[in-house]
Design a protein around this ligand. Structure first.
Ligand code: 13P
Length: 276
């Protein structure tokens, strides 16, 4: 599939994708927090047009899964092996056993903070898919890389290393999260235009792999997403949801962000590309 044909009008409509809004709690929360959060979600009207996913620390996966909410539950990482002498690590099948249906893989806090290479991330994606999990694959450049003009090269390198390990038939099991490192936890979100440009690049690469499946892959934006900026991000054609850190710790904020993407899914919020 060439890029020219990939860009054919009609193929770029977002309607075939249900947005995903995922909350990455990172290393926050405790059992009492899980209970309060679950109680808030039970009282709320969860948007049906958006797939909600919550990714608590591994030790709270079971508690959240037991609450049996109509949401996806995800781990924040998996090991690349199914079992073995890996003290402190958790295998994909184990988080599945705890009730997870998703896992984040390749978050920059692990790539940079824990020296995870592109190859390790690809191995982890492979392990997660083997275990039957859906995967949120994180990619994103640092500020230095953006300032050096290599943001696109970095993101495509990270993506390509993973895609080389994802069989075409499994493409529908992944979502890609573009998380520019400089926007994570800084309050400095990427502008919708900057994010959309990178998402379009990611989409073009996915289309090269398989045009049909690529149109159903959600590309999420992550980095200081708030209820305030979510509506602007949601108007972009290739921003199919969000991976939310800090704001996901407040169930109200998390649901307001989901609400913005629900509006897009139901057509209440027109995409900028559609001229709204
Ligand atoms: P913040 O939303 O806190 O910037 O975190 C983003 C993130 O890293 C989600 O994975």
């Amino acid at each position: 599939m060439t890029r020219e044909s990939a860009a054919a009008p009609g193929l770029r409509e977002p309607a075939s994708r249900n947005p995903i809004v995922a909350g990455n709690w990172k290393m926050n929360g405790d059992h009492a927090f899980v209970e309060r959060y679950v109680a808030s979600l039970r009282e709320a009207d969860l948007p049906s047009a958006v797939e909600l996913v919550l990714c608590p620390p591994t030790c709270y996966l079971s508690a959240l899964a037991r609450a049996d909410l109509a949401i996806g539950i995800g781990g924040q990482d998996v090991h690349w092996l199914d079992a073995g002498p890996c003290t402190g690590s958790v295998a994909a099948r184990m988080i599945r056993d705890c009730g997870a249906t998703w896992s984040i893989v390749g978050h920059s806090e692990r790539r940079i903070g824990l020296s995870e290479s592109d190859e390790m991330v690809a191995d982890k994606v492979d392990a997660a898919l083997r275990a039957g999990l859906r995967v949120i694959v994180c990619v994103g450049e640092t500020l230095a890389e953006r300032e050096a003009g290599s943001a696109e090269t970095v993101v495509l390198r990270q993506l390509d290393t993973v895609l080389a390990r994802v069989p075409e038939a499994a493409l529908a099991q992944i979502a890609v999260a573009y998380e520019p490192v400089w926007a994570i936890g800084t309050g400095r979100t990427a502008t919708p235009e900057v994010a959309q440009a990178m998402h379009a690049l990611v989409r073009a690469r996915l289309i090269e792999m398989n045009a049909e499946s690529a149109m159903s892959v959600c590309i999420l934006y992550g980095g200081s997403v708030t209820p305030e900026n979510a509506r602007l991000l949601a108007r972009e054609q290739d921003i199919d949801g969000a991976l939310v850190g800090g704001a996901s710790l407040d169930p109200g904020d998390f649901l307001r962000i989901a609400g913005a993407f629900a509006e897009r899914a139901t057509g209440a919020l027109q995409s900028r590309a559609a001229g709204a």
